[in-house]
Ligand binder design. Structure first.
Ligand code: 2NL
Length: 339
């Protein structure tokens, strides 16, 4: 039996040293240690060993089994290391074509916001930001909204708690700037705003840029000059700019500002952008109402100013002929990669 064990041990060690892969090692494990394996068969023969010899034979048997198990572990480790080395070799193929990194890009809404901001920065305006959750005072009261104005209705405004709303425009930031700083001021406020409205042209969250200028003698002519320059810089150097009378609670007088259609030259007679009118409405503006100045502690007798506001989604939809506002927020890369 001692000779039989030695024969099994040396055969197993030799075979395991020659095994090249995991499958070969596993086959040898079954051959020597499996339920029908060679070593297992020897264990069964222990019955025939004289009781006095059994402890010594048992020890020899265990030592043989331990050694074969150790060699199996070594052979397995060697086989796996060989697979890893082979794969590393493949990865170091210096002739393989390079992998193109996935580059991010600026969202089309923010591209246009940046472009518009740059024009006003060039005119000496600076940028201000403020909270998206506002109190009723800054969002409505200080802006001369009467208590029964429809914008204060649940239908239009998203309420957070009793006295607080998600800001419905960025104008409350302009109020906060005027509350804390003295004229002369030239400030724009780009930001996100919220209204209870949702269809193909309205999103409950959308973007605006508002701006204002306040100084000792700012006139309606300044409003017209600054906005004409800005719209020509944004939409095209030669385009005409026109003002039509309008109304906002926070400005008097107020105007809608149109730019000559930038698409007619491309589409011809029935232009899809201006519907044949030749004009595209871009923003609202006006001279800041004396009640707004009083609310922020300015004297309407000694300062004057203009203010304006525009919705970004509408402008980007016109510019790129996008017909559904939800495309901006669906995070579909097939859409976003086009800009
Ligand atoms: C529009 C019109 C406008 C303003 C926004 C403003 C802010 C203050 C004082 C006075 Cl603090 N005015 N903002 C003024 C006129 C028009 O927006 O159609 N926006 C999309």
């Amino acid at each position: 039996m001692k000779d039989a064990l030695e024969a099994i041990r040396s055969a197993a060690v030799e075979a395991l040293a020659a095994a090249r892969d995991e499958a070969a090692v596993e086959a040898l494990r079954v051959r020597y240690l499996g339920r029908q394996g060679e070593l297992t068969t020897v264990v069964r023969q222990m019955r025939d060993v004289a009781p006095a010899d059994r402890p010594a034979m048992g020890a020899l048997l265990n030592a043989t089994k331990d050694e074969i198990e150790a060699r199996i572990a070594e052979a397995l480790a060697a086989a796996r290391a060989a697979v890893r080395r082979a794969r590393a070799g493949e990865r170091l193929d210096v002739t393989a074509p390079g992998r193109r990194p996935v580059l991010g890009r600026i969202h089309p809404l923010l591209q246009v916001m940046d472009e518009i901001s740059d024009v006003f920065l060039g005119l000496g305006f600076s940028i201000a930001e403020g909270p998206e959750i506002e109190d009723d005072y800054h969002n409505f009261e200080a802006l001369n909204f009467p208590d029964d104005h429809p914008a204060r209705d649940m239908q239009d405004t998203l309420f957070v708690t009793d006295g607080h709303v998600l800001r419905t425009h960025t104008s409350p930031v302009q109020i906060r700037v005027m509350e804390t700083r003295k004229p002369p001021l030239r400030v724009i406020v780009p930001g996100v705003v919220y209204r209870h409205d949702s269809d193909t042209t309205h999103s409950p969250m959308f973007h605006q840029i508002e701006g204002f200028m306040v100084d000792a003698r700012v006139t309606f002519g300044d409003l017209q000059g600054v906005l004409t320059h800005a719209l020509q810089a944004i939409f095209g150097a030669g385009l005409p700019v026109r003002l039509r009378p309008s109304f906002f609670p926070f400005t008097e007088p107020s105007a809608e500002v149109d730019v000559g259609c930038f698409n007619c030259a491309r589409d011809g007679a029935p232009c899809r952008v201006c519907k044949g009118t030749g004009w595209v409405e871009i923003l609202g503006a006006g001279m800041i109402d004396p009640n707004v100045f009083r609310a922020v502690g300015y004297d309407p007798e000694t300062v004057s100013g203009f203010a304006f506001g525009m919705g970004i989604e509408r402008i980007v939809m016109l510019k790129f002929q996008i017909d559904d506002i939800r495309l901006f927020f669906a995070n579909d890369l097939r859409f976003l990669r086009q800009f």
